[in-house]
Design a protein around this ligand. Structure first.
Ligand SMILES: CC(C)(COP(=O)(O)OP(=O)(O)OC[C@H]1O[C@@H](n2cnc3c(N)ncnc32)[C@H](O)[C@@H]1OP(=O)(O)O)[C@@H](O)C(=O)NCCC(=O)NCCS
Length: 279
């Protein structure tokens, strides 16, 4: 919770839910559109909730991730009150047993590395907040992303969009199901991959090493970890605007299944738009 901005836990909202982690990420109260609204969208309810928040808060943010097949009516209502489109994502599911590349990768990972990196790339698990590599991993993630929804949102300053990934890493470090892998090229961190059960949460190469073959290697490494943990499938959520990641996935067919959703954002920044967010 952001101190000084609100004292109430927002229990009376009917179509919105308070989101504490996004509040911390953005430095202002953040909410998500409730599942109950998506199932039975009502303009009056949503307008009522937004009016209550505008009375209580000097600024706030609301996000919605909505199926573009099942929730068209909800999307129309959200746009009517001022939500705007930021991205389309899809959930992919990938079979691990009959994966065309994974068996070969498991028996000889080195052969999947571009020649210039062979013998120089090593992987280590990042296990605790005491780990000396934590700061480097956080730094790498803060600089790696360009196509996520906050980098695409013109109301969000780049600094805040970047810092969300540092916070996310800390959250995942405290998640007993998440495994964080750091990849080192000689002594420099070249990539970070995060697997949570069978979910590929995140795969990132250091900015200057993107599109040079390291991303695919890290991705296969995560698939191997999922397979060795007994999972038959791995899955993840990817933005369709992230062409490097889409290309990587296409190189790792077959996709079993993919379903799309759209993300919409809403900002209430009445005084000096944008300035209040970046301050
Ligand atoms: C998504 C991401 C991990 C993909 O990694 P990548 O480095 O682009 O992908 P690869 O490692 O498969 O590299 C393939 C590219 O390197 C090029 N390449 C050059 N030499 C190569 C080699 N010897 N072997 C393989 N690829 C090589 C390929 O031509 C290919 O480029 P192309 O896609 O333009 O055709 C990376 O772009 C990234 O870190 N992005 C930011 C974080 C992010 O958005 N993550 C995804 C969501 S969590």
């Amino acid at each position: 919770m952001v101190h000084g901005e609100t004292k109430k836990p927002f229990v009376n909202l009917s179509s919105l839910e308070y989101v504490p982690w996004e509040t911390r990420n953005l430095g202002m109260p953040a909410f998500g559109v409730a599942e109950s609204f998506l199932k039975q969208p009502q303009l009056v309810q949503l307008e009522g909730d937004l009016a209550v928040l505008k009375q209580e808060l000097p600024r706030f943010f609301v996000q919605a991730r909505v199926s573009d097949q099942d929730h068209l009516e909800a999307i129309g209502i959200l746009q009517k009150v001022g939500f705007f489109y930021v991205e389309t994502v899809f959930t992919f599911v990938m079979r691990l047993k009959h994966h065309p590349l994974l068996a070969a990768f498991c028996s000889d990972p080195q052969s999947f590395l571009p020649k210039r990196y062979r013998g120089r790339l090593e992987a280590f698990l990042l296990r605790s907040s005491e780990d000396p590599n934590l700061a480097g991993a956080s730094e790498l993630l803060r600089g790696a992303f360009s196509y996520d929804r906050f980098h695409r949102d013109p109301h969000c300053p780049e600094r805040i969009a970047d810092q969300r990934f540092g916070y996310w890493l800390l959250d995942l470090l405290n998640d007993s199901k998440a495994r964080i892998v750091t990849f080192f090229l000689d002594t420099k961190m070249a990539g970070v991959g995060i697997l949570r059960d069978a979910e590929i949460v995140l795969a990132a190469a250091e900015k200057s090493w993107q599109r040079s073959g390291l991303g695919s290697y890290g991705f296969l490494w995560l698939l191997r970890m999922a397979k060795e943990s007994g999972h038959r499938e791995a899955y993840g959520v990817v933005s369709v605007h992230n062409i490097p990641m889409v290309r990587l996935l296409l190189r790792h067919t077959p996709l079993l299944y993919a379903q799309t959703q759209v993300t919409l954002h809403y900002w209430y920044l009445p005084v000096q738009q944008g300035e209040s967010l970046s301050s």
